[in-house]
Design a protein around this ligand. Sequence first.
Ligand code: NAD
Length: 371
Amino acid sequence: VKVAVPRETRPGERRVALAPAALRQFEKLGVELLMQKGAGLESGFDDADYKGVTLVDSEEELLGQADVVLKVQPPTEKEVGMMREGTVVMGYMTPHEGDSRIKELCKRKITSLSMELVPRISRAQSIDALSSQGAISGYKAVLIAAERSPRFFPMLTTAAGTIRPSKVLVIGAGVAGLQAIATARRLGAQVNAYDVRSATAEQVESLGAKFVDTGVKAEGEGGYARELTAEEKKKQAEVLADYIAASHAVITTAAIPGRPAPKIIDKATVERMGRGAVIVDLAAETGGNCELTQAGKDVDHNGVLIVGPKNVPSSVAIHASEMYSRNLYNLLTLLIKDGELHLNWDDQVIADSCLTHGGEVKHGPTRERLE
Ligand code: NAD
């Protein structure tokens, strides 16, 4: 089985779908690895780091012989055009957008497995890229906040006086939020955190943060949150406003699957924050948790800085690529039997992850949208 890794082409994407640290595992699977020359450079890996991998100059030549293609960003129409019928491609497929790209996958009868669609069941944890990359975002968001803040995060006792620790608030305590809490605690900040799922209270407290109870509980399906009613939103906003106003840094991570990000911080609340306060909005790309957030930009509102970073995992390219490669490897193990490619549709992980196969869109909501 030939497994090919092209260079990522989307501007700003520094990750690669195969990191040298995962090579041994792939080799044990008995697959033949091929990579486009220089594919790892942006991530910090030289071609020489890929021992045993066949390096190919042209993307066309690479994709034209692949049985399996490993990607980070969705394959472009041009890339899909270079693949043979029946090729399996794995990576982010952004099933909610890029209709012409999805149609091209169908037209070319490509089997696409979407990392966004991997079911969140225990057996699939090692395949779950939303989790591996979400944890990276949570970590990095705190570093961004600390770097942009005009304050120390830790308490410091010095000859020039004692500095009080920064107050950090984390909104949304899922995978990214919990990592943000842990990182802010390691930097010595005093951390408060909030989530609508009450199960998170214990997790927040086990990390040494204080859980903010707004009295609003909104457990949805499959361990996710549901959207709040107008009344719940108002109640939540009232309690949170005082915490937000008193914080030196706020990290927001709140999301609801398949919906735009919930708006949690309005302009009036930002105006209650002190000069020098920083908001890092990890939901920027899906509309933002703060009303003033602009994706990919810094907004200064009366001395409060609102940062809306895009593609945060890409900025931790080495480790993000390592973790992502392992997610892909673990998915690939489900497709290889006795050295041959074999798609077992009775396996929930394969069936749920599949976006397109044999000329059809397999993912229900995407199929309905395209019809
Ligand atoms: P997510 O990125 O969809 O959302 C982030 C957080 O925002 C969630 O914790 C959610 O409850 C919270 N949120 C939504 N609306 C909010 C609001 N109005 N105010 C405050 N917070 C709000 O979620 P995620 O981090 O990807 O994962 C969420 C859940 O899935 C967790 O329970 C996690 O344990 C579970 N999970 C399971 C697996 C697995 O078993 N394979 C893998 C990953 C995650």
